[in-house]
Design a protein around this ligand. Structure first.
Ligand SMILES: Cc1cc2nc3c(=O)[nH]c(=O)nc-3n(C[C@H](O)[C@H](O)[C@H](O)COP(=O)(O)O)c2cc1C
Length: 306
């Protein structure tokens, strides 16, 4: 069995004990999730996105299993960053891994405000969630390089913590957008969030989600996320990537590392198996042993050309 040290990785200057990151929105506040899973398997876990003021989220139904994946239209329901700081902040030390805060807002200034408050807690990094597909009005900062950079610049000004920019796969412009957020001060990019989707119940003839269009996640989106990771790692080689989308096994982690990710997010898989992180790390360790790889970081970007 590999030791944890040999499984460590880095996102620029930030060290992770393992390459696994528990993805935002799939492990609650992290504090509650720590009660059901051993978070030692993860290098970090990302708490649910928070906004400056409480957001009620969308009306039910907000979750639907469909086509081997999951549709969600939660709408970033959250208590607001100050309530989060007061209720969750004091408990962060006890969860067994680094906790990253996730900031969301309607404007760059709101993102900055959230990041400033998150930085007064013991979160060890900030994710700017530029890619929420569920906001009223449908806007998404992550689809426009200039807008995305404005948000990242505002967050960069508001905090000294390491900063990740969470981008969207719903674009053909992932490379210029990733370059723009890196230039604006992001230390890494998270590639990525959910893919736009919809579904309909053929008996009731109603949409599966109250908001009709939502974010599709889980196994079927893995090739889309891998495409984003490969495109960005090939074109912006110095920008660290947290590859996220459809990961459910150690082999999936290897695939994302080969494509150029330095760390790998696990999201939807938690709903079926909250303890899946431990299993993924056992599978990853076995792969490394089988291939006589001493250090997991040897796999990063190690895909071979035809
Ligand atoms: C129910 C649900 C809620 C989510 N909430 C958030 C969120 O609040 N902020 C965020 O950045 N991503 C959120 N995500 C996106 C995930 O973090 C992840 O990027 C996406 O689901 C793709 O990974 P997966 O296929 O492993 O789930 C959410 C995903 C799901 C399924």
């Amino acid at each position: 069995m590999k030791t944890l040290t040999e499984l460590g990785t880095r996102l620029g200057g930030y060290s992770l004990r393992t390459p696994l990151v528990a993805a935002c929105g799939t492990v609650g506040s992290v504090v509650d999730f720590a009660g059901v899973a051993d978070l030692q398997a993860y290098g970090a876990a990302v708490a649910k996105s928070v906004s400056p003021t409480p957001w009620a989220g969308r009306k039910p139904p907000r979750l639907a299993a469909t086509g081997d994946g999951m549709l969600n239209g939660i709408g970033i329901q959250n208590p607001g960053v100050r309530a989060w700081r007061d209720e969750i902040g004091p408990q962060l030390g006890s969860v067994g891994t680094d906790v990253w805060g996730s900031a969301v807002g309607h404007t760059p200034e709101e993102f900055g405000e959230v990041a400033a408050v998150l930085s007064t807690t013991s979160v060890t990094a900030i994710e700017a969630n530029l890619s929420c597909p569920n906001l009223e009005g449908g806007g998404m900062f992550a689809l426009n390089a200039k807008e995305a950079a404005r948000v990242v610049a505002a967050v960069r000004q508001a905090t000294d913590l390491p900063l990740g920019a969470k981008l969207s796969p719903n674009t053909e412009e992932i490379v210029p957008i990733a370059s723009a957020v890196a230039e604006a001060g992001a230390d890494w990019v998270v590639l990525g969030n959910t893919v736009w989707g919809a579904g309909f119940d053929i008996e009731t003839r109603r949409p599966l989600l109250s908001g009709v269009v939502g974010g599709y996640s889980g196994r079927p989106i893995k090739p889309i996320a891998l495409r984003c990771v490969w495109e960005v790692s090939s074109s912006v080689p110095d920008l660290p990537i947290v590859g996220t989308g459809g990961v459910a096994s150690g082999d999936d982690v290897v695939e994302f590392l080969l494509a150029g990710a330095s760390a790998v997010g696990v999201g939807t898989a938690h709903f079926a198996s909250p303890r899946i992180g431990e299993r993924i790390m056992r599978q990853l360790a076995k792969y490394l042993q089988r291939h006589r790889i001493e250090d997991v970081t040897e796999l990063i970007g190690a895909v071979q050309p035809w």
